[in-house]
Design a protein around this ligand. Structure first.
Ligand code: SF4
Length: 191
């Protein structure tokens, strides 16, 4: 087993937050030493927790449409790695909606796994939690509107949930400017 496979196996066996996770630990990640594109999102929802397949939901369908890729490409681990800010489903907030990713997760696993994926050329930085870690403080809309400043290595995106439909309508530059750039860069990165 190579170092990345060993580290991924350790991550999949992680139980550090067991006492705080309502459905228990089930780390969901996809990593490969040959992957050229990396997706860093938020944390699994209940459906992904059940299936163990990242972005296996309506948000994933929207993300694939934004990227211009089909499922077989999206789930080709040798080309696309997926490493969320929290690897396990965190539960729900009292007022509704999922809790934030577990705070300790990314600081533990990202620095161990990311250096073992030297082929990554483009990272999609999805949602406020990933953007706070990789891009620094600031509102999501400002990060995404300023996407050219982070290229060619990083490309910020909103979380592609149903809540983003209204945001997309209010920010027409996203469809007009960012999505064509995203699709072109994804295609070029994946070869
Ligand atoms: S959320 Fe991260 S740190 Fe917590 S149990 Fe899951 S893999 Fe481990």
């Amino acid at each position: 087993m190579d170092e990345l496979a060993r580290c991924a196996a350790e991550a999949r066996a992680c139980r550090l937050c067991e006492a705080e996770l309502p459905l228990g630990p089930r780390p969901v990640l996809r990593v490969s030493p040959t992957a050229r594109l990396l997706i860093i999102g938020q944390a699994p929802g209940t459906r992904v927790h059940a299936s163990g397949i990242p972005w296996d939901d309506a948000s994933g369908e929207r993300l694939r449409a934004w990227m211009g890729v089909e499922s077989d490409t999206f789930y080709d681990e040798s080309r696309i790695a997926i490493l969320p800010m929290g690897l396990c489903y965190p539960g729900v907030l009292p007022k509704g909606g999922d809790r934030p990713p577990m705070k300790i997760c990314a600081p533990i696993w990202h620095p161990r796994l990311l250096p073992l994926m030297p082929a990554i050329k483009l990272t999609l930085v999805i949602g406020t939690y990933a953007q706070a870690r990789l891009l620094g403080p600031g509102p999501m809309t400002a990060h995404v509107a300023n996407f050219r400043a982070f290229l060619p290595a990083l490309l910020p995106l909103p979380h592609p949930s149903w809540r983003t439909i209204g945001w997309q309508a209010r920010n027409p530059w996203f469809d007009a400017d960012l999505l064509p750039e995203l699709r072109a860069r994804v295609a070029r990165t994946l070869g």
